[in-house]
Design a protein around this ligand. Structure first.
Ligand SMILES: [Zn+2]
Ligand SMILES: [Zn+2]
Length: 240
């Protein structure tokens, strides 16, 4: 039963807009397939960012380079295609993550590509590393949403994807850890580097779905750095 439901959801979008839930008009077939998840009005509401930012103080980084230093946080830049408080983005991410809408991956990857285009960031010489889920959570969900994005980005940007991280500790979902100190404790030592020979000396684009407190990505950056990674940029659909 579950598999049948999955297959159906994979093949078909429901005939409603995932932003406003209005029925989509009949001429929907004329739109590119990946845009068939939204009505024209909701599509227009999406705002794509045009610069990377500091993951800590959120300073806009016009030159795609780290310029500030914050104690206790490894240095990297944050590239968020959009903002999580945008209701259309928020809704798409919810369906992508929790409702098995794996077929949103091409559209959401497109947002990240559009963001990269706007910033002029040169991805050559970088590899993509998706943030992994714990095996038990991935089994439960059936897929890793970050890996789906990274696979498409790898194909479009023509750069390699390396499974460079493994989740070795089962963490509580970040939403449940309210205080920032709790969030850090929750994810501490939750990753280990795998395929270390493919990480050492490399520039890395770390792919995740959303950036909220930054605790998870900070932790991932920390272990990748200690495995010899050089420049690191986080790429996400949206930041909170
Ligand atoms: Zn709509
Ligand atoms: Zn800063």
């Amino acid at each position: 039963m579950i598999n049948a439901k999955k297959i159906i959801l994979d093949v078909l979008f429901p005939p409603v807009c995932l932003g406003c839930f209005k029925n989509l008009e009949e001429k929907i077939e004329e739109k590119p397939k990946e845009k068939q998840c939204l009505c024209d009005a909701c599509l227009k509401l999406i705002v794509i960012n045009s610069a990377f930012s500091c993951p800590v103080c959120r300073l806009r980084l016009a030159d795609n380079k780290v310029i500030c230093r914050h104690e206790g946080v490894p240095r990297y830049i944050l590239g968020a295609a959009a903002n999580y408080d945008n209701p259309v983005i928020n809704s798409l991410i919810h369906y992508f993550k929790y409702e098995n809408f794996q077929n949103l991956a091409p559209f959401l990857s497109e947002l990240i590509l559009e963001f990269l285009g706007r910033t002029g960031f040169d991805t050559s010489g970088f590899i993509l590393v998706p943030i992994p889920l714990h095996t038990s959570r991935e089994r439960q969900r059936g897929y890793n949403q970050s890996k789906l994005l990274a696979e498409i980005l790898s194909e479009k940007l023509k750069i390699n994807l390396v499974d460079g991280l493994k989740r070795i500790k089962k963490t509580n979902p970040q939403v449940q850890a309210k205080k920032s100190g709790d969030r850090e404790k929750n994810v501490k030592d939750c990753f280990e580097v795998i395929n270390a020979n493919q990480i050492k000396g490399k520039n890395i684009l770390l792919v995740d779905d959303v950036f909220t407190s930054g605790a998870t990505i900070n932790e991932a950056v920390k272990v990748l750095r200690s495995a010899g990674a050089r420049k690191i940029a986080a790429l996400v659909i949206a930041k909170a």
